[in-house]
Design a protein around this ligand. Structure first.
Ligand code: HEC
Length: 156
């Protein structure tokens, strides 16, 4: 009789122990689910920066291309941009380090769309009080200017 009572007690303790383990895992699963879903929400909140051009690839440095870009820059950009100082627009000697290739390409090829949609350029328009005009360059010409600005920023 006595031993039966003890074994029942033991069984009860065992059962409670099992329930604790199950509860622990259940909380673990619920907890990790909550953490994962809250991360997902945070990602959604980060707005993707507006750009006109995407997927610009930077290959090996091409000095010929950069030289052609320097000529186009002198003709179409130097009226408003210097390399080291603010002018009508921001200094561009270091812009390759400051901004992404897609951003620079977008600004060259469609500055109006950029000042309307891209927060960075929007702020620059407020600061410089001038809308950069579209210079109607080809994609190829814009890439040459990009290579020139790369040479300037990297001291090539
Ligand atoms: C009439 C003057 C003018 C001309 C010409 C001009 N820009 Fe601009 N540029 C600006 C102004 C003003 C801004 C800043 C406000 C804005 O975006 O309108 C700017 C902004 C930029 C920016 C963004 C800089 C930054 O810090 O984010 C880049 C890059 C740029 N210009 C490149 C060029 C290139 C390359 C050319 C030549 C193809 C050119 N610009 C021609 C006036 C000009």
């Amino acid at each position: 009789m006595k031993t039966e009572k003890i074994s029942r007690k033991e069984e009860l303790i065992k059962k409670i122990g099992e329930q604790k383990v199950i509860l622990f895992f259940a909380l673990l699963i619920i907890g990790s689910f909550l953490v994962l879903t809250s991360c997902g929400e945070q990602e959604e909140e980060v707005k993707e920066e507006f750009l006109v051009i995407k997927g610009t690839k930077i290959g090996e440095f091409n000095p010929e291309k950069a030289e052609k870009g320097a000529k186009i820059f002198a003709e179409k950009c130097a009226a408003c941009h210097k390399y080291e100082e603010k002018f009508v627009g921001p200094p561009l000697g270091n812009v390759f380090k400051r901004r992404s290739p897609d951003y620079i390409m977008s600004q060259i090829l469609d500055p109006e769309k950029m000042t309307h949609n891209n927060d960075t350029t929007k702020a620059l328009l407020k600061q410089y009080m001038t809308q950069m005009p579209n210079q109607h360059l080809s994609h190829e010409e814009a890439l040459m200017i990009l290579e020139h600005l790369r040479a300037k920023a990297e001291g090539k």
